[in-house]
Design a protein around this ligand. Structure first.
Ligand code: ADP
Ligand code: MG
Length: 436
């Protein structure tokens, strides 16, 4: 196995099987043209190429860095068109500036609406006056709402001004920290993070309960802040709501400006879809765009998946993209989302929603609220997964499949007669399927 294949195997462990099989699997590593600081992968077509480029370049570069202990520029390209000039430029750029920014994450490509205008304005103004306005700037919001995009848009502005920008996730920061401890090169680690002009740290909630890295991060933070260097942070929640975080860090996170991003309203979703169509060179009629915007709930990230799938299908099957076709593809997509659901994650979601422990749902307790939670879980597991009744019986600690069948019968009665129960089931079905 060559190093490229090894890296893709590591990536496989971190992403869903569907993503791997649809995109990553098709990458071919060029053992001849790749060098110790350049890794070239070929993609079979433009869409797969763009998809992987946008979504995985940073990740793949990081995996190389962790395995090799040195920076590697990753180039995803169509076979035979490695742009030598560009390659050289990127390497030079990357070597001088230790950052892994996605160049298409720009302010121009970011669609602004009521849901995100506050965060947008905050990041935009910080990008015009690094270190002077809000420091740190803390952006929070749900998955796929554009936090990374916005933060990197500022990063790209700074980078074009020649500033040294470090973009990292907490996970990468932690891996880097561990590697430097192991190699006894902590001085280099500190030099790297404390001497940059701008530090962008993504998904700060993962600092939770990791005392060592919080300590290190605190000192990095203080050093940068003390010298007026801009820090931008993102998280899935407000600093106050991140559990397992030292008080001094929490208060520092709140010290600059905290801005949130809400799920996009319909018009924003439509604007985003139009923008992504343009970038990916996909042509869709307005009724299709509107349809996709209404079907996609909250996660903007899904839009790109859908577009690339529509495009790929229509090319493979030589059909035009019409509304009926889109409906079919989206139906498949939803089923696919469901295929990723497991008994554990359904039970976990139900437990979380009802504020109990998953183990209580699977216990033998007959208390009223647990019976209620158990019924809902069993119903969802039966509806949303392929597990058989004996498998469900085993999982929920019931005697045998007749116990499950009895419960399902009871639930169907409730669904017919109890409006509240029906609403709860619908609400949880949505929650469970959209969190997958
Ligand atoms: P988060 O970091 O909040 O999970 P990302 O920044 O990774 O989300 O966004 C997910 C995808 O959605 C990215 O491809 C991003 O470009 C896109 N996206 C999100 N919000 C917008 C927006 N307002 N305009 C354009 N693209 C967006
Ligand atoms: Mg993100």
């Amino acid at each position: 196995m060559n190093i490229g294949q090894k890296i893709l195997q590591l990536l496989k462990e971190e992403i869903t099987e569907v993503e791997y099989n649809r995109y990553i699997k098709h990458l071919v590593y060029d053992t001849k043209k790749s060098t110790s600081d350049l890794a070239i992968f070929y993609a079979p077509n433009n869409l797969v190429c763009n998809w992987i480029k946008n979504k995985y370049t940073t990740k793949i570069e990081h995996l190389f860095e962790v395995s090799n202990g040195a920076k590697v520029t990753v180039q995803i390209t169509l076979k035979n068109i490695v742009d030598k000039r560009k390659t050289k430029q990127t390497i030079e750029k990357k070597q001088s500036i230790h950052s892994l920014l996605n160049p298409s994450h720009t302010f121009d490509n970011f669609m602004v609406g009521g849901s995100n205008q506050f965060a947008y304005a905050a990041v935009k103004s910080v990008s015009e006056k690094a270190g002077e306005l809000y420091n740190p700037l803390f952006i929070h919001g749900g998955v796929g709402l554009g936090k990374t995009h916005l933060m990197q848009a500022a990063g790209n502005v700074f980078q074009n001004q020649g500033k040294v920008v470090i973009y990292t996730t907490v996970e990468q920061f932690l891996n880097d920290f561990i590697r430097h401890i192991r190699n006894q090169t902590m001085d280099r680690f500190q030099e790297k993070y404390r001497k940059c002009d701008v530090l962008l740290i993504d998904d700060i909630q993962f600092l939770s309960n990791k005392e060592n890295i919080q300590e290190e991060f605190f000192h990095t933070f203080e050093a940068l802040k003390g010298t007026g260097k801009q820090i931008i942070l993102t998280a899935d929640k407000h600093p106050k709501k991140i559990g397992g975080l030292e008080k001094r860090l929490q208060s520092r996170f709140e010290h600059g400006l905290v801005a949130d991003i809400q799920p996009p309203e319909l018009e924003t979703k439509i604007a985003i879809i139009k923008n992504k169509c343009e970038i990916n060179k996909v042509v869709l009629s307005n009724d299709i765009i509107n349809y996709i915007a209404t079907v996609i709930e909250n996660n903007v990230r899904e839009i790109e998946g859908i577009l690339s799938k529509l495009h790929a299908y229509s090319q493979l099957m030589h059909v035009d993209i019409d509304l009926a076709f889109v409906k079919n593809v989206l139906k498949d997509q939803m089923q696919e989302n469901r295929a990723n659901l497991t008994l554990d994650n359904i039970t976990k979601s139900v437990a979380k929603d009802l504020n109990i422990k998953p183990s209580e749902i699977r216990s033998k307790s007959r208390s009223k609220n647990l019976v209620y939670a158990r019924r809902i879980s069993i119903y969802l597991c039966r509806e949303l997964t392929q597990n058989t009744m004996p498998q469900l019986a085993q999982y929920f600690g019931m005697k045998d499949h007749t116990a499950i069948s009895h419960t399902l019968k009871k639930i169907n009665e409730l669904l017919e007669n109890d409006e509240d129960f029906k609403v709860k089931i619908e609400e949880l079905t949505n929650k469970v399927t959209s969190s997958s």
